[in-house]
Write a protein that binds this ligand. Sequence first.
Ligand code: XUL
Length: 549
Amino acid sequence: MAETSSQPLFLGLDLSTQQLKAVVITQDLDIVHESAVNFARDLPQYGTENGAIKGPDEGEVTSPVEMWVDAMDLLLARMKEASVDFAAIVAVSGAGQQHGSVFWSKDAESRLSSLDPSRTLLEQLSPTAFSLMNSPIWQDSSTTKQCLELEESIGGPQALADLTGSRAYERFTGTQIAKIHQTKPEVYAATSRISLVSSFIPSLFLGSVAPIEVSDASGMNLMNVLTCKWDDRLLEACGGSALRSKIGPEPVSGGSNLGKVHKWWVERWGFQPDCIVAPFTGDNPATVVSLSAPGDALLSLGTSTTFLLSIPPADTPPKRFTTSHLLSHPTNLDAQIAMLCYKNGALAREQIRDRYADNDWGKFNTLLEQAPVGNNGLLGFYFPLPEIIPPGVVGEFFYNVDGATPALVESLPDNAHPRAILESQFLSILSRVEAILPEHAPHLKRLVLTGGSSANQTIRQLAADLFGMKAYVSATKEAAGLGGAMLAKYAWWKQINGGKGTFEAMTGGEMPGMTCVAEPRDEVTQIYEGLVSVYRLCEEDVVSRSQKK
Ligand code: XUL
């Protein structure tokens, strides 16, 4: 890193499921520093598995909020050790895993505003600033009861999807709040404000609880997705009349200026007092910001698998479905993002690698390549965690689809699993793409891959073939952190432009450093298109078997 650089730098942080990362960029979007704190490895004292804690109740998944605070202290120490020029950072923004929530105590505001530069964040905020020490996160599936109640109160799943962009989902924050309201009324009463993960971190920077950002607010089932305002009926249904004040002001757009960093940052770490704090967004919208232009499809192969389409402003409101999500766009209030999200992504693939390929991606790839396209008619479904799409399915299911009707089989040969898991994960998306594309949308041409598995050439080729698009990857692996850093730059750039200018005007519509890594092979794409209908039959069977359990 250019240690004495006086050129402006922008800091993007990404608080994901497994780690807290920092990305520092220049005005030209060159990454000059990256560092990370891995929760399970670097902070084992919190007892998480891959950053999360399961239970105690069925379906519950949380992360210790103090682990996140501790990670922030450690990350800053690591950045300092790497000689990051904190004084050159003119703006900070970032990304957070979507849906997770932080419950602040009545002491939070005074604790945040009086942070003492001689002490760590952890010493000063934990536990007194919080009313709930275990923050519910996106992997949670314990709120089915609250989901049904919320949908009923609004007139059913489609009515809720029309209003908020999504039917009720267990991990969405509204029903998570409803569960705390119902089952821990003393915690709810002791809560002054509720943040998303994405608004929690800027609160630390500001020394005051930050407002929630529009795109990430769309992951709560509490906001009208078209007007980007909280909806009183939804607030009332999830948390009674007290929720409006606990949730804070109306959501704000990405790139707005929330204020300057608190003096704790200036005096302890050497940030400049004018450093702007901009709203953080969700990890998926941040990835859309850094990696895709409108019309691109984005496949994020991280802990979760998400498929994202950026939908430009149109005269007719976008379609809203009960299987996908519609999110407000972080930088354009008239645009949206359509999203499919699967809980069993990388961790499920790793389980298959460990079980059938000796913990070795090289062997996994060889087995995958040795099996023919379509896997000799063998399909496998792998849901170690209760899945989001289709909702609630759990377990493993195998089919032979060679005959007229698919037949459930006991198991697959060991060497068939690597191809089976990738093909079923991707066919699930392909079988839904048509439906979520906006009306009159031009054909998708470019598939941008990101997340851990996007480094795997065998997986890249399979994605290009199965989706029938050229596959691209970005030079950076930290797409969400980079998106966050770009949002920081946007807030700063707007300020010097008198508060005006679109995000596209700032970037010139160019996404940094994209390389084409795989070309689709037509004959292979056709085989996959032919498998979509049989995939659907198998998936229906999986759903009906899960319901009978
Ligand atoms: C999106 C979702 C996940 C998390 C992962 O709805 O639940 O992709 O954002 O961090």
